[in-house]
Design a protein around this ligand. Structure first.
Ligand SMILES: NC(=O)c1ccc[n+]([C@@H]2O[C@H](COP(=O)([O-])OP(=O)(O)OC[C@H]3O[C@@H](n4cnc5c(N)ncnc54)[C@H](OP(=O)(O)O)[C@@H]3O)[C@@H](O)[C@H]2O)c1
Length: 433
């Protein structure tokens, strides 16, 4: 069989871009056997061509002139692996407008500019693919768009940020937050500036993309209620252990009727739940739906080669599907409403510090009952003449729990702490129709 030569353009030749080039060079034969196409990097845009690269490109491939990639009509396929919303967004928009297909690893770009870029792609017939933008090597977008096409997925639960999962795992082994963060930076799991990871911003972009694909409705980034792990301390991790749970930074998207709730924040996960055992820098995504009950995909969620493998998988898919159908389109096909954040029902872990004396528990129970929040478990620890209560509730709407906590903060016995984290313990799909 005569193989087809496919010159590929890269926007960026850093950690991911160089790994794409290396994998294509080393595994081009396999790709050619599977697809009949030989993909080769023809041009790559960088800022500084003199920089040392982990895989050196052929002479003449690197350029600092965007037009060498954007205006070269022989480059029908381009991978955007440079990061940032601009100028990456303008470059991708221009490529799509001219009918060239683009693969991107850029979660912030897809989460913030997806609507506009997909509209451009739809009008020119080009494809925009973004598997690498969520959880690197884990093929979750492909699973949602293809394998689960007849499944009504209505909940996505994920550990989608490896840096924070590494930090929380290290804290679970006894380290402080600061030590764990320093260790993550030393091992290359956290950037020198870890703000996007520890504030939940990185996970928010990923769950916005996952919710959009899973529910077929655009979920803008500002719908995501995001809290990071900066306020998490060893005592929170230890309290979770005492309750047979693990503290995780959980990204969660829920479809209830025609409304959507999307959030990121620390949560307590029952030890028997598959997400509780996801340790270190690994990622996992659990999809729950009518026909499948649940499917959990777990694997490395970052790294140059891991991300590059997803970029190449998308390039190969384009080569194999050009002009044929639905996968080149925006995943969005309907408009759902945002659920008011207070309506999301969940079991909750409450941490309350109160006076250690008779009658206090009854008053707390009264305030909770007044908001219809019922207690499933309670562990009490003495704390310097005060009592620290760890309470697990039955399922209750977030707004009711917040209202009960507000009342508890007004009690004379309250001693400065009254906070809530969601608990994840159930499996399957009951209660989320
Ligand atoms: N690394 C990972 O583990 C990982 C995982 C998942 C997703 N991603 C995503 O993949 C993308 C790339 O990440 P990376 O880690 O490969 O980044 P990186 O190592 O910093 O590489 C970025 C590349 O883009 C080039 N570049 C950046 N801004 C440019 C500009 N304005 N004009 C021209 N060239 C520019 C840089 O040129 P120079 O080399 O000359 O500086 C570099 O080659 C990001 O969107 C990231 O979020 C990365």
């Amino acid at each position: 069989m005569q193989s087809v030569d496919v010159p590929v353009g890269l926007l960026g030749y850093g950690t991911v871009g160089a790994a794409v080039a290396r994998l294509l060079a080393e595994q081009g034969d396999e790709i050619e056997r599977a697809t009949g196409h030989r993909l080769r990097i023809a041009r790559a845009l960088v800022r500084d061509p003199a920089k040392e690269r982990s895989f050196e490109p052929e002479p003449g491939v690197l350029t600092t002139e965007p037009g060498d990639v954007l205006d070269d009509p022989s480059l029908r396929l381009v991978a955007e692996v440079m990061g940032g919303v601009e100028p990456a967004g303008s470059y991708v928009g221009a490529l799509l407008a001219s009918g060239r297909s683009v693969v991107t690893a850029n979660k912030q770009l897809v989460a913030r500019r997806g609507a506009e870029l997909f509209a451009t792609a739809a009008s020119s017939g080009a494809q925009l693919r973004f598997e690498a933008s969520v959880c690197a090597a884990i093929p979750v977008i492909k699973a949602l768009r293809e394998a689960l096409v007849v499944t009504n997925v209505h909940r996505v639960l994920g550990i989608v940020n490896g840096t924070t999962n590494f930090i929380l795992s290290a804290m679970d082994e006894g380290r402080s937050y600061d030590d764990a963060l320093a260790e993550a930076q030393r091992l290359g799991y956290a950037e020198a500036d870890p703000t996007d990871d520890v504030t939940g911003l990185d996970a928010a972009a990923k769950i916005a993309i996952l919710a959009t694909v899973a529910f077929g409705s655009r979920v803008p980034l500002d719908w995501v209620e995001a809290t990071g792990i900066e306020a998490v301390r060893r005592e929170h991790v230890e309290a979770a252990r005492a309750l047979d749970m693990r503290l995780k930074l959980l990204a969660r998207a829920t479809l209830a009727g025609e409304r959507v709730d999307v959030r990121v924040g620390p949560a307590l996960v029952d030890v028997h739940h598959p997400l509780a055992t996801v340790e270190g820098p690994f990622n996992a995504v659990m999809l729950q739906g009518d026909a499948i009950r649940e499917i959990t995909l777990e694997g490395p969620g970052a790294g140059g080669v891991e991300t590059a493998s997803a970029v190449i998988a998308d390039l190969v898919s384009i080569v194999g599907t050009t002009g044929t159908g639905f996968l080149q389109n925006d995943p969005v096909w309907r408009e759902l409403e945002r659920m008011p954040p207070g309506d999301l029902a969940s079991p909750w872990y409450l941490r309350l510090r109160v006076d250690d004396r008779a009658g206090v528990l009854a008053r707390l129970a009264h305030e909770l009952a007044a908001e219809d929040v019922s207690v499933a478990r309670l562990v009490q620890q003495p704390a310097d003449g005060e009592a620290l209560l760890h309470v697990v509730t039955h399922e209750a709407p977030a707004g009711r729990v917040e209202a009960a906590l507000a009342s508890i903060r007004g009690l004379p016995e309250w001693r400065g702490e009254a906070s809530a984290l969601p608990v994840v313990s159930e499996r399957g799909v009951d209660g989320f129709r």
